[in-house]
Design a binder for this molecule. Structure first.
Ligand code: G3H
Ligand code: 13P
Ligand code: ZN
Length: 327
């Protein structure tokens, strides 16, 4: 069942976070749906511009349609990750996405508001939710490289004005995380003081945490032991901190890098240990199982495990009420 992110957040806000995972191929899709079926957790499938260019828009849609049929109990949103205005309109008009992210965070405040407002009008007219971004994360976002000294934490006062003026349904905030495998050096982590201030300004409004991969040390070590050359200082978000962020309004948690690490570790180890093999389906099968287990583990940390029936009931009741009132 495809739902909007707004519908997911209505149930999740303040109680658990919904995991949002990027997919690019069939193997990731199968692991994602299988893991969430086992965890009985609702989730968000994210498609980036890069994924759309890599696999093709129609191929990704076909994969997800097939997954929807094979996993009839899945409750999920189909979300455009880091969209520009044109890609948002393409996703909205496709009739397949239930949620889009307009990322105009690199533009000045007023321009960001105006662009987001235009996307909100088009999306809301057809019942699609909109995530916007304010502030600047470090790391690479799509094709834009933001170095750490230009990263800018979200200003709480601006966040309040932005939400009011733009009409967006959720807000991606810069709170110290960044995309990729190298988020922190030393003892840094999520800036909880900043999350608290934002939450105080816009209580009840769903916040989105990008750059939420945890980059497990063991994963990096295994990749390097199998021939990889990742910087061993790679460091991510402590996943025990998700539980602390949830009561402060963090309702969507974006994870991509960790899944790439699972893929890289499985394939590197497999081909190191079986150099004679050239059938990619053998490591592919291992990856799908490992990714499903990874998803189960993340769902526990996000506290979304076991919440799928509750979301389905809420959405079904809402739809019945809307039909009854002729809406
Ligand atoms: O935030 C970006 C996501 O990790 C997607 O990455 O643009 O390489 O597909 P991508
Ligand atoms: P990571 O690089 O931490 O996985 O973040 C992914 C993300 O924010 C996608 O929008
Ligand atoms: Zn992101």
């Amino acid at each position: 069942m495809i739902v909007t992110t707004r519908q997911l957040f209505e149930v999740a806000y303040g109680r658990f976070a919904v995991g949002a995972y990027n997919i690019n191929n069939m193997e990731q899709a199968r692991g994602l749906f299988e893991g969430h079926q086992r965890a009985r957790a609702p989730f968000i499938v994210q498609l980036s511009k890069g994924a759309r260019a890599y696999a093709g828009v129609r191929m990704l849609e076909a994969i997800l349609r097939a997954a929807e049929e094979e996993y009839p109990e899945a409750v999920f949103a189909v979300h455009l990750d880091h969209g520009d205005e044109a890609t948002c309109y393409d996703a909205i008009d496709s009739g397949f996405y239930s949620s889009v992210m307009i990322d105009a965070s690199h533009d000045p405040f007023e321009e960001n508001v105006a662009t987001t407002r235009r996307v909100v009008e088009r999306a809301h007219a057809v019942g699609i939710s909109v995530e916007a971004e304010l502030g600047m994360l470090g790391g690479v976002e799509e094709d834009i490289q933001v170095d750490e000294k230009h990263a800018k934490l979200t200003d709480p006062e601006e966040a309040e004005a932005f939400v009011r003026e733009s009409g967006c349904d959720s807000l991606a905030v810069a709170i110290g995380t960044s995309h990729g495998a190298y988020k922190f050096s030393g003892g840094q982590g999520i800036h909880f003081g900043r999350v608290e201030e934002i939450h105080r300004r816009i209580p009840g409004f769903p916040l989105v945490m990008h750059g939420s991969s945890s980059v497990p040390r063991e994963e990096v070590e295994r990749i390097n032991a199998a021939g990889g050359t990742l910087d061993p200082s790679a460091k991510g978000v402590d996943e025990e901190q998700f539980a602390r962020a949830v009561p402060l309004g963090v309702t969507k948690v974006n994870i991509d890098t960790d899944g790439r690490l699972v893929w890289t570790r499985v394939h590197r180890e497999h081909f190191r240990d079986h150099p004679e093999n050239f059938d990619f389906r053998t490591p592919g099968k291992i990856f799908m199982e490992e990714y499903a287990r990874f998803i189960q583990h993340k769902s526990d940390k996000l506290q979304s495990t076991g919440k799928v029936d509750e979301v389905r009931r809420a959405v079904t009741t809402q739809a019945a009420a809307a039909a009854g009132s002729g809406a």
